[in-house]
Design a protein around this ligand. Structure first.
Ligand code: ATP
Length: 428
């Protein structure tokens, strides 16, 4: 069994090493903890010399007691406890603390039906590693005094890291859990690895099962891909494996969509909004495709808006080329279009004059409004009710079209039109 204590000492960050040493001490003090391991992505990234912040600890024994003791020892605060005896600490109190620690009880899993959530029972580290997605994620390092640094690697994940290979642990893996197809795409692209031939065949055979996943699970996995720095490469790989079509046949990511997504990544300084990414990767979907895709993701309004807004804009954007269009009419056309879709359209390098008008809308028009308020109108004697809103809208349009340029001119306009609005109101 290889021992990675040297790697732990030289490559782990000081705060991580402090945590691991605390684990070692606690193990020697607590009789009902058999073993403590750091496992999964942390081990993979340690071997690859990649920086990682999230630490997964696997406990053989009383993980609740261990979490309490660890918290006291490192001043981590109260953990968030969730299903299957899992405890999470996020951003511990001390400034030198680890950003995210997940403590789980070693477990075994069975899938009652394909693509369902698994049944879970406490178990050993070997069983726990055997339930994992890929060999490169199925390794653990012991943190006890007696076995400090021992690598537990039942499926030769170390060898697969050396061969740069993503490989599943058993043939039913993607049938049990089709979210692993998304994960295969993510790890292969992120790490620059190949998906091994047999694993690719298994993906091809199980791709239809992606359809069994709930909208929430599919959306969650898609979002993980969108948040990766190599999102465009991942989407290409997902397309090659038939994954996009398996999410819904309506979803395709065309060359223009990839180009403007890639531009967004190049221009950003790490402050990317999910809505902008969504609007760009789904650019080019027609109204029906957008509708089917949004419904498959079953997401919040921001998802539906971002996916459907492009087709909506495409259906009205031609109006902006009208040479006599006014600024208030531009607002009429664009007020219902999500801003991320306007930004996506501009990014395609659209031509003048519509481009200038889209930019004008984003930079100025959408912020402009009247200086006068409803209170000002009421103070001037306008009766409370819908007239207030109608007059403010009239003044807003006049302001956008530069027909009035000061608060006084706005009020004069409102006063001059008031009788006509009152007459309408009486007629109604
Ligand atoms: P990342 O860098 O993407 O966060 P990670 O390996 O830490 O990588 P997580 O999603 O945090 O990934 O999951 C932690 C570990 O849990 C993984 O390394 C893997 O061993 C296991 N795991 C997560 N999801 C699955 C799954 N769907 N099927 C099997 N094992 C999984």
């Amino acid at each position: 069994m290889p021992n990675l204590s040297q790697l732990l000492t030289t490559k782990a960050k000081p705060e991580h090493l402090r945590l691991f040493n605390a684990c070692k001490d606690l193990h020697s003090q607590l009789a009902d903890i058999d073993n403590i391991y750091v496992c999964g992505g942390y081990v993979r990234d340690l071997i690859l010399d990649n920086q990682t912040e999230d630490i997964d600890l696997c406990i053989e024994g009383n993980s609740k007691k261990f979490s309490t003791m660890l918290s006291e020892r490192l001043n981590l605060g109260k953990p968030h406890e969730s299903q299957f005896l899992t405890f999470k600490f996020v951003g511990g109190k001390g400034k030198d603390n680890v950003k995210s620690i997940d403590i789980v009880t070693c477990r075994d899993e069975t899938y009652p039906t394909p693509a369902s959530l698994p049944d879970v029972i406490p178990s050993s580290i070997d069983k726990d590693l055997n339930r994992r997605d890929f060999t490169v994620n199925a390794m653990a390092i012991s943190l006890t005094d007696q076995h400090w640094g021992d690598l537990i690697d039942p499926s030769n994940g170390f060898g697969d890291i050396m061969r740069k290979r993503i490989r599943v642990l058993h043939d039913a893996s993607f049938i049990d859990d089709p979210t692993r197809v998304f994960r295969a795409v993510r790890y292969a692209t992120r790490l620059g690895f190949n998906i091994d031939t047999h694993t690719t065949e298994l993906i091809t055979n199980a791709i239809g099962n992606v359809d069994l996943l709930s909208g929430t699970r599919v959306r969650h996995e898609f979002e993980h891909i969108l948040k990766e720095p190599k999102v465009c490469e991942m989407l290409r790989k997902a397309e090659d494996l038939g994954l996009l079509g398996a999410i819904t046949p309506a979803l395709r990511v065309g060359p223009k969509a990839l180009e403007i997504t890639s531009d967004l990544l190049k221009e950003s300084s790490g402050d990317l909004q999910l809505e902008d990414l969504l609007a760009r990767v789904t650019f080019g979907l027609n109204t029906d495709e957008a509708k089917l895709t949004s419904s498959r993701f079953d997401g919040p309004k921001s998802w539906t808006d971002s996916i459907s807004g492009n087709a909506k804009l495409a259906s009205v954007v031609g109006i902006l080329d009208n040479p006599t269009i006014t600024r208030s009419e531009i607002a009429d056309v664009l007020d219902d279009i999500p801003l991320q879709c306007i930004r996506a359209y501009i990014a395609t390098g659209s031509t003048l004059p519509r481009r200038g008008r889209l930019i004008d809308y984003l930079q100025t028009i959408r912020f402009e409004g009247p200086e006068i308020t409803g209170e000002d109108l009421m103070a001037a004697g306008v009766p409370e009710g819908p007239i207030i809103g109608q007059l403010l809208e009239l003044v807003k349009r006049a302001r956008l079209d530069r027909k009035v340029n000061s608060k006084k001119e706005e009020m004069d306009l409102a006063r001059s039109r008031l009788p006509e609005f009152l007459t309408h109101d009486e007629d109604a």
